[in-house]
Design a protein around this ligand. Structure first.
Ligand code: 9MR
Length: 511
């Protein structure tokens, strides 16, 4: 890759080329290195991937990097939207950064001029930057599937701008670095491009924030919220109370005091957490209680499998106490009860309705219902989903889709394993595109604008979904679920086009 690189920007001293790569000394804003791509080259929607390594001085200077592309000659029009912030660069370590050439006016949609691509320092940099590798993947065909290895583009500039409804995404900052929102350039690129809200996949759960009684640890969550703030994204807080396994702190599981003191401890958790994030600002809404209902028919409050129920004196009173504590701490936040399978299980929705009616009658503060929506390719039907949402709308409460994903090969439905597929073929991808569209459209058609809490997807890339872990532990690792909007390499999937079509009210098709 070393040939053909040169220095760029005022005051540039040129590049050094050695076996490590191409280095430049970053002594000022816009100083960098470029190389040429000779015509004919169609660069629109191409992806530029680089691996870079910055010196300790560069890291300390707080400067950022910017991959860019420019049409040579004329006004030197360029792609200038790709930023790799200093926070994701590690001194002396190789870091992957990326840029999709997709500026709004499609300047690169032509082949009659040479272009240059490169990377430059932004801010007041010092030290050196080494480009270890650079790769340009041209957009190949809008119809190709990811299984062929070519890059599909959904032609969606920004999902968040397509309709007046908050579009969110669950991301993490405690996963492997390649999927971490604070360190992965690819993760950042899709999140910043398409989403207006982030949910923490894990780090705002109880045991992460208060592992032992009275010891609150907000460092990870604060970094997460700060990042969202700087990118004009809000936060949906998840989740103040959830019975499931390790997210319940040990001191609560092993509680041996009175029920009244347990409720006080629960209230202290909620008050401390909500107060903390109120002070930071930008947490718009909370899943106050998650998954408190059973799946059977009839459905009821969870009992023996919920620490909260048991330690509250075998009582579901903890649910209303949680909502009251959350409201007291954050009068303006939108408070949700959140659960799975309420879109499909009528009995569970009936129990939920009963709780909502009771809460309304007794002025227990609740603003809406979160439908997790971990759904299958064909189940439940869009009309079943719409009917369930309507039951909440009819109570005058908000509906938020909080954790949307559409699993292929979901073992609990779609006639698994008889209908199991072993590859994500074009026809499966297009069926999933229609499914995303049908769901989003059902939501937009059923929930009036004033009751729309938004739609959030549970993860970015198919390579990093909770379903991969589920299948590993429960289904002999023989899955593949491909449930999200971006493939293993963060390329658009047809599902993204389907989501956009649903938002825009376009007919949903598997074409
Ligand atoms: O995606 C989350 C996964 O990484 C965690 O291991 C798991 C247990 O904390 O929780 C997953 O997210 C769940 C969410 O918090 C609540 N609804 C169901 C989600 C998928 O299991």
């Amino acid at each position: 890759m070393a040939s053909g690189w040169r220095g760029n920007g005022n005051g540039n001293a040129g590049v050094n080329v050695n076996s490590d790569g191409v280095s430049f000394t970053a002594v000022g804003d816009n100083i960098g290195a470029v190389t040429d791509l000779t015509k004919p080259v169609q660069l629109e929607d191409a992806i530029v991937d680089m691996v870079v390594n910055v010196s300790p001085e560069f890291k300390t200077s707080a400067a950022s990097l910017q991959i860019f592309a420019q049409i040579k000659g004329g006004s030197w029009a360029g792609e200038w939207n790709c930023w790799s912030g200093n926070e994701l660069l590690t001194a002396g370590s190789d870091v992957a950064i990326t840029c999709t050439i997709s500026e709004a006016d499609k300047k690169f949609d032509q082949t009659d001029s040479d272009v240059q691509i490169g990377v430059q320092a932004k801010g007041t940099p010092a030290g050196t930057v080494t480009i270890k590798s650079a790769k340009v993947t041209l957009k190949q065909s809008t119809n190709s599937s990811s299984s062929t290895g070519s890059v599909y583009s959904a032609n969606v500039n920004s999902l968040r701008e397509l309709a007046d409804v908050t579009i969110g995404i669950a991301v993490s900052n405690n996963d492997a670095p390649s999927y971490n929102i604070l360190t992965s350039a690819k993760e950042k690129a899709v999140v910043e491009k398409h989403f207006a809200q982030m949910t923490a996949g894990n780090i705002m759960k109880m045991s992460y924030l208060q592992p032992t009684q009275g010891n609150f640890t907000f460092t990870n969550a604060d970094a997460f919220v700060d990042y969202a703030n700087t990118k004009n994204m809000s936060i949906h807080g998840h989740a103040l109370v959830w019975h499931s396994d390790y997210q319940v702190p040990g001191f609560m599981k092993n509680w041996s005091g009175s029920a009244a003191d347990f409720i006080t401890a629960l209230e202290t958790h909620i008050t401390t957490v909500v107060d903390h994030f109120e002070a930071k600002g930008n947490v718009q809404s909370w899943d106050v209680v998650n998954e408190a209902l059973t799946d059977g028919s009839p459905s009821n409050f969870r009992t023996t499998d919920s620490t909260f129920y048991v330690k509250s004196g075998n009582s579901a009173v903890y649910i209303e106490k949680a909502f009251q504590a959350a409201r007291a701490a954050a009068p303006a936040a939108i408070l949700y009860y959140n659960d799975y399978n309420i879109e499909a299980n009528g009995a569970k929705m009936t129990k939920l309705e009963e709780m909502l009616t009771d809460f309304k009658a007794r002025n227990i503060p609740i603003d809406g219902v979160g439908f997790q929506m971990h759904v299958c390719l064909n189940y439940p039907s869009a009309s079943t989903i719409a009917a369930a949402m309507k039951r909440v709308v009819d109570k005058g409460l908000k509906v938020k889709i909080t954790e949307l994903d559409v699993a292929i090969n979901q073992p609990y439905c779609d006639n698994y394993p008889a209908n199991k597929v072993s590859a994500f073929t074009q026809s499966v991808a297009l069926a999933q595109k229609k499914r995303y569209c049908d769901i989003v459209k059902a939501y937009m058609d059923t929930v009036p604008a004033n009751l729309r809490g938004g739609i959030s997807v549970w993860g970015t890339t198919d390579a990093n979904t909770w379903l991969n872990d589920l299948y590993k532990t429960q289904f002999n690792n023989e899955k593949i679920s491909w449930p999200l909007l971006f493939d293993d390499s963060y390329n658009d999937k047809p599902a993204l086009r389907g989501f956009a079509d649903g938002l825009q009210g376009t007919t949903c098709t598997n074409q």
